[in-house]
Design a binder for this molecule. Structure first.
Ligand code: COA
Length: 258
């Protein structure tokens, strides 16, 4: 299959997916989300592929979020659909994939970018990586599972602080908080993921797929559905209109609070 926004390299039973929109800091537009769905599905159905690594192209960004220019004019229903379809096609899909998926976070992982990294089974970051959920600075909330997966990984208090302040944390802080498992210089990022993949390859892929299922089962809740509804509701607010317009006009938002 030919992809426009991603590319895939395969070697020794490991596939590396690279999101390739560097001029837009690899922001996830709907075409990229669809391509990622196809790529994960195809690789998961390829018996020779035992581990998948996902990273971003360039040295600046893993993924700087969902593509704000695509949804700034959406209404409540479109907002809900955006979150629901994104979760189904990509975020829940990756979390539930039977092939292990490692996120190699090579720079900014913001909003949908951090949500994608959190949907992966575990994460490794480069020293320059910065992570955050900046959605409330745009008048919206994380809608791709972020309100659920961030507290699962770092605990409720730190997740609440990160979501409410819309701030970014650096790689060392992410390591300290359990958001990533290792931090390495950028040139060692994918090689370390390859080494971890090699360790996984020694083990039973069938047992690993059952383990993924069992670990995920401990986190089944209706929080994702509540998140989709709340995400959609934000699209009916004046704050959302101001927040997204301000980003696109490259100015600071003045939220009316309504
Ligand atoms: N959606 C759409 N476009 C995005 C984007 C996003 N999430 N993130 C970055 N871009 C685009 C910028 O608009 C810019 O495009 P342009 O060159 O056509 O103007 C390009 O990517 C480069 O980004 P820029 O902001 O100029 O880089 P920077 O180094 O000054 O800042 C960030 C980097 C990551 C801090 C900044 O891009 C940012 O805050 N991005 C949005 C993060 C966000 O809110 N994500 C959550 C979305 S729900």
């Amino acid at each position: 299959m030919h992809y426009e926004n991603i590319y895939i390299e395969e070697e020794n039973q490991v596939a590396v997916i690279t999101i390739d929109r560097p001029k837009k800091l690899n922001a996830l537009n709907s075409a990229t989300i669809r391509e990622l769905h196809e790529a994960f599905k195809e690789l998961d159905e390829t018996p020779e592929i035992k581990v998948i690594i996902i990273t971003g192209s360039g040295e600046k960004a893993f993924v700087a979020g969902a593509d704000i220019s695509e949804f700034a004019h959406f209404n409540v229903e479109q907002g809900k659909t955006l979150a629901a379809e994104g979760q189904e096609l990509l975020f829940s899909f990756v979390a539930q994939l039977s092939t292990p998926v490692i996120a190699a976070i090579n720079g900014f992982a913001l909003g949908g970018g951090l949500e994608l990294a959190m949907a992966c089974h575990f994460r490794v970051a480069s020293e320059n990586a910065k992570m955050g959920l900046p959605e409330v600075s745009l008048g919206v909330i994380p809608g791709y599972g972020g309100t659920q997966r961030l507290p699962q990984l770092v605990g409720k208090g730190i997740a609440m602080e990160m979501i409410m302040t819309a701030g970014m944390i650096d790689a060392q802080k992410a390591l300290q908080n359990g958001l990533v498992n290792y931090v390495v210089p950028q040139e060692e990022l994918v090689p370390l993921c390859q080494k971890l993949a090699a360790k996984i390859l020694n083990n039973s892929s069938v047992a690993i797929s059952y383990a993924i299922k069992a670990v995920n089962a401990g986190y089944i809740n209706n929080g994702y559905a509540v998140e989709i509804d709340a995400f959609g509701s934000c699209f009916g607010t004046e704050d959302f209109k101001e927040g997204t317009q301000a980003f696109l006009e490259k100015r600071k938002a003045k939220f009316p609070g309504a």
